[in-house]
Design a binder for this molecule. Structure first.
Ligand SMILES: NC(=O)C1=CN([C@@H]2O[C@H](COP(=O)(O)OP(=O)(O)OC[C@H]3O[C@@H](n4cnc5c(N)ncnc54)[C@H](OP(=O)(O)O)[C@@H]3O)[C@@H](O)[C@H]2O)C=CC1
Ligand SMILES: CC(C)CCC[C@@H](C)[C@H]1CC[C@H]2C3=C(CC[C@]12C)[C@@]1(C)CCC(=O)C[C@@H]1CC3
Length: 330
């Protein structure tokens, strides 16, 4: 049976590298690139077909930050009858709008005992300016979490099938931090660390999804790709600056193994999960892409800093929000 794989945010960065690597592992897969910009999606498909001529690559238009677009995309997928099931759903699209570096925190952190941790996670170094979407949601939450949750809910018939397990894989981050997230303000309307909050939310959600869906054959995992040079990180510092500090980054990599740097390396854990049996994965672990000082890639599972009650409480809040939006749609 050929595997069916859908990747959101597949037209650039880690998502595109993942697609390329998946085709290298198995060029028989049915690959669906779910992107908001069809021109960029076409360019990505052309690039993938260059390296894998004859590959089965479909495009699906979806803006995960817009509930209307998510519902339309799911409807299109169901109506097209192109696929009967989905084996892997990579929820990779993500944003970090208007990032700012706190240089004081950087200098203080540099000379503290937490220096290595700071480089591995970016903890306390970054703030973002969020916006409100047309649905009245915080943009980072809508894009990184809720749009993907609704997509998953809409695609349940493709994912929950008795004959075979399916795996949902969330692109989380080492920047996910418990203290940046609050159950009473899960959209992060108050603070300035919406990215960190949204990634912690994906970690909680993945745990809750396993509790609710494993019996139906659906499994969920989270990955951290490491620090990768993509449009996202070029929004933090310009490309020339990253090139300038490359020797420093290679040095830091020797201590943290978390500066994977290239999208190819960053996709390591995502590809590794494709090769695993979903039921053999640890629902409470985050799978990190790592690159050693000598440049070899490996995957490291790390227990997440969360409790299952909080995961369940957050899940219930998402269900309530979903009900509210579905009422508005009708
Ligand atoms: N780069 C890094 O160091 C790290 C990245 N990550 C995570 O990895 C994931 C991929 O990021 P990365 O490859 O670095 O970043 P990129 O900016 O290169 O890629 C992000 C992808 O998501 C898409 N996207 C953004 N918003 C939407 C939307 N509303 N609807 C549909 N697609 C959307 C983008 O499409 P478009 O081209 O249209 O903008 C793009 O294809 C993200 O979830 C990120 O948080 C995690 C840890 C580290
Ligand atoms: C390399 C240094 C001389 C200067 C870089 C300092 C910071 C800009 C970076 C240190 C750790 C980085 C990091 C991220 C962004 C850039 C840093 C803060 C991320 C938050 C990017 C997005 C993620 O999901 C996780 C990354 C963790 C590490």
């Amino acid at each position: 049976m050929k595997k069916v794989v859908l990747v959101t945010g597949a037209n650039s960065g880690i998502g595109l590298a993942l697609c390329k690597r998946l085709l290298s592992v198995d060029d028989q897969i049915h690959l669906c690139l779910a992107c908001r910009n069809m021109q960029r999606a076409e360019t990505a498909r052309a690039a993938l077909l260059c390296s894998h001529p004859g590959a089965d690559i479909a495009l699906l238009k979806v803006d995960v930050g817009s509930l209307k677009s998510v519902l339309e995309a799911a409807k299109e997928l169901k109506q097209s009858k192109r696929y009967r099931r989905l084996d892997y759903l990579y929820l990779n699209a993500g944003i970090m709008p208007n990032p700012r570096i706190d240089f004081n925190a950087f200098i203080n952190g540099l000379f503290s005992r937490k220096a290595i941790h700071m480089f591995a996670t970016g903890e306390g170094l970054l703030t973002q300016e969020d916006q409100v979407t047309e649905d009245g949601l915080q943009n980072v939450f809508a894009t990184n979490v809720f749009g993907h949750f609704i997509l998953l809910r809409e695609l349940e018939p493709f994912l929950c099938q008795s004959e075979k397990e399916s795996l949902v894989i969330w692109s989380s981050s080492s920047n996910a931090r418990r203290s940046a997230f609050s159950l009473t303000d899960y959209q992060h309307t108050q603070g300035k660390e919406s990215y960190s909050s949204s990634k912690y939310a994906t970690d909680l959600l993945s745990v809750a999804l396993n509790n609710h869906y494993n019996k139906q054959g659906l499994y969920s995992s989270v990955v951290c790709p490491g620090l990768v040079m993509t449009h996202l990180t070029y929004g933090i510092l310009p490309p020339f600056f990253w090139t300038l500090i490359l020797p420093i980054m290679l040095l830091i990599r020797m201590f943290t193994n978390s500066f994977t740097l290239s999208p190819y390396n960053g996709a390591e854990a995502l590809v590794w999960l494709f090769k695993q049996k979903p039921e053999s994965l640890d629902p409470l672990a985050k799978y990190y892409s790592c690159t050693s000082g000598l440049g070899s890639n490996y995957v490291k599972p790390v227990k997440m800093d969360l409790d299952e009650e909080a995961a369940e409480a957050f899940y219930q809040k998402l269900l309530d929000l979903e009900t509210k939006y579905r009422c508005w749609q009708n």
